[in-house]
Design a protein around this ligand. Structure first.
Ligand SMILES: Nc1ncnc2c1ncn2[C@@H]1O[C@H](COP(=O)(O)OP(=O)(O)OP(=O)(O)O)[C@@H](O)[C@H]1O
Ligand SMILES: [Mg+2]
Length: 244
């Protein structure tokens, strides 16, 4: 593994008002890696992604992206630098068309010059978006909206793609599709930070994993080790680590 991670976080503290949600988190993601963050509800998974993407301002600590200190940067700046966050709950624009949603994802970063070519590539991954290109995003099914949200993240050709619970609320068949898609993105060498409560499945495809509990990194290392550790999975992931 090289010494220049795409993302390096040290001693990160994030608070909502007076309540601390992250207590000194350290983690890193290297180029081409798929890194999973697991943990129960309220562990701080979304908080860390939002802090990385600039949606939440850290109280203290360091966030280095491609070697540059970016803690406190605005989401637009980070987007331009090559970060993409696909937030929990999709958050597409329901009244805008699929095309408009995708153009927003490309905004400020390699817009138009390569938009058409990037689009063709995306349609290979998401054929449904080609069919629905001129339809309002809000008319898509839940799974299709999730695909649109991920496509919107991808169209900026991010150096770091962050996915917050992409399988949440989807039927088992669509969950399969989302995981197949993530595997395909990984095979394209896209660097991915994945938050999933579906721990078994997320760990099965991850190169490395972090387990969050109460706003701290409780464990980090090889996913196989984490899955194989009954104490950890029963205490921090509930039962057998989720979906079995
Ligand atoms: N807007 C907010 N205001 C106050 N506290 C918040 C806010 N958002 C999250 N929190 C608190 O911060 C902690 C971490 O929340 P976070 O959303 O990061 O958890 P999570 O691991 O993503 O959980 P989930 O699996 O339910 O999505 C929780 O205690 C939560 O109650
Ligand atoms: Mg969350």
């Amino acid at each position: 593994m090289n010494n220049n991670p795409v993302l390096q976080i040290s001693d990160l503290y994030v608070a909502y008002g007076s309540i601390l949600a992250l207590h000194g988190v350290c983690m890193e993601v290297h180029k081409g890696e798929l890194v999973s963050i697991c943990g129960v509800n309220g562990a701080g998974k979304s908080t860390v992604l939002k802090a990385i993407a600039g949606v939440l301002k850290p109280r203290s600590g360091s966030i280095r992206f491609k070697g540059k200190e970016v803690a406190g940067y605005k989401p637009e700046q980070l987007h331009k630098m090559g970060m993409a966050l696909v937030p929990e709950g999709r958050e597409i624009f329901p009244s805008l068309t699929v095309e408009e949603n995708l153009r927003i994802g490309a905004y400020g970063r390699r817009l138009d010059k390569s938009f058409a070519a990037d689009l063709e590539d995306l349609f290979n991954l998401f054929p449904i978006l080609k069919e629905r290109y001129h339809q309002a995003g809000g008319l898509l099914s839940g799974g299709e909206q999730q695909m649109l949200a991920i496509a919107r993240g991808l169209i900026s050709k991010p150096d770091l793609l962050m996915l917050d619970e992409p399988s949440l609320g989807l039927s088992p068949a669509l969950v399969d599709q989302i995981f197949e898609l993530i595997i395909e993105l990984k095979s394209r060498n896209i660097t991915i930070l994945l938050v999933e409560q579906n721990a078994q499945r997320a760990l099965a495809i991850a190169d490395r994993a972090y387990l969050f509990a109460n706003g701290r990194v409780e464990y980090s290392g090889q996913p196989q080790e984490l899955m194989g550790n009954v104490d950890i999975t029963s205490v921090y992931l509930g039962h057998n680590g989720g979906d079995v």
